[in-house]
Design a protein around this ligand. Sequence first.
Ligand SMILES: Cc1cc2nc3c(=O)[nH]c(=O)nc-3n(C[C@H](O)[C@H](O)[C@H](O)COP(=O)(O)OP(=O)(O)OC[C@H]3O[C@@H](n4cnc5c(N)ncnc54)[C@H](O)[C@@H]3O)c2cc1C
Length: 403
Amino acid sequence: MTDFSLNLNEDQLQIQKWVHDFAEGVIRPVAEEWDEREEFPWPVVEEAAQIGLYGADFLLTAMGDPTGLTLPVAIEELFWGDAGIGMAIMGSALAAAGIAGNGTPEQVMEWAPQCYGTADNVMLGAFCVSEPDAGSDVSSLRTRAVYNEAKDEWTLNGTKAWITNGGIADVHVVVASVDAELKSKGQASFIVPPNTPGLSMGQKYKKHGIRASHTSEVVLDDVKVPGSCLLGGKEKLDAKLARARENVSTGKQPAMATFEATRPAVGAQALGVARAAYEYSLDYAKERVAFGKPIIMNQAIAFKLANMATEIDASRLLIWRAAWLAKNGQFKNGEGSMSKWKASETAVRVTEDAIQILGGYGYTREYPVERWHRDAKIHTIFEGTSEIQQLVISRAISGLRIE
Ligand SMILES: Cc1cc2nc3c(=O)[nH]c(=O)nc-3n(C[C@H](O)[C@H](O)[C@H](O)COP(=O)(O)OP(=O)(O)OC[C@H]3O[C@@H](n4cnc5c(N)ncnc54)[C@H](O)[C@@H]3O)c2cc1C
């Protein structure tokens, strides 16, 4: 067990600076362009791969840090650069986390690196849970997986909605129902390897924010994968299904286990966006003159900034605590959800206040704060909406099945 400390160690400080330099020098200058183009920023992701920022090794190193802080520290800097490009770089991590959370050590060794490829051959991963009629309510997934014992082969059918890197990924991790009656307890995760027939991209969504990140439907039409692509293996699944049929607790569900582990990281994304908007509006408020003095000299503006700074620090403290707890204990009162909820709502408020501080300029696309406001909003929706985070927290603190 590692002590909780607010002092970053040498390695963490170096990584923080390394990611910050990339965000400032490479991402920020092209952020507006990729937002306008609304396309996946391949050249930026390739450059990130060249320096090792996009890659399984970096993710595993960051995730392996016993204090838990390296990943949120790096993500905050990345998303300070730009959230759309940040998601393009981090999107594969959700697939890798799904594999790490549910796969055998051999499956993790085989498939996590394939979510990234190499510096010269960049590949992507996608984690496919949500469906048109099942977002928050993961228990009602309609995608089915049927096993053919003679061939040791699974057939997947269904449609996934709003999937980051969906259809352009090389490795798709798909959560499907193998026994619909058991609802979420009858679900399992499957690897769909590159170029598997039957998997295709449905509509590509046009979005409010994080527009450099690719989001699409994924259609699974008689997709056949070998038995070895069932994460965790058949024996483990059979045992889990048997326990569920006997009504014994089966522990965490595959999709939920992944989301729980990644919540502080999603909070860190929102934190990066909030800090970008806060820093920009603080500088602006000191320079912009109205009625003969800088606008920051008015309490109405200065107090807004004081509030932004405090909420950002509070978010970071919750994120670091949750990231540390995830490695050095366990969540007791929904601390992962607290961190994600607080940081994402803070990002929305802070970016809105930033627009207010910039006035008319803030509302135009000449200045980045309106983009940051659009980018902030997704964090209250994906990987568990703010309402779902509150549900998790209220159930954790009460021990009751709050609906
Ligand atoms: C840009 C983007 C990227 C995404 N990437 C991925 C991805 O890579 N993989 C993936 O699997 N999914 C992804 N998603 C999907 C995302 O996780 C879902 O959109 C999200 O979980 C919400 O589900 P929903 O859209 O069906 O909303 P709904 O579940 O229909 O919720 C609608 C509203 O009702 C509220 N609500 C629902 N149930 C309750 C309740 N019990 N109590 C109180 N309020 C409730 C919600 O909080 C929300 O405000 C992505 C979505 C977007 C927009």
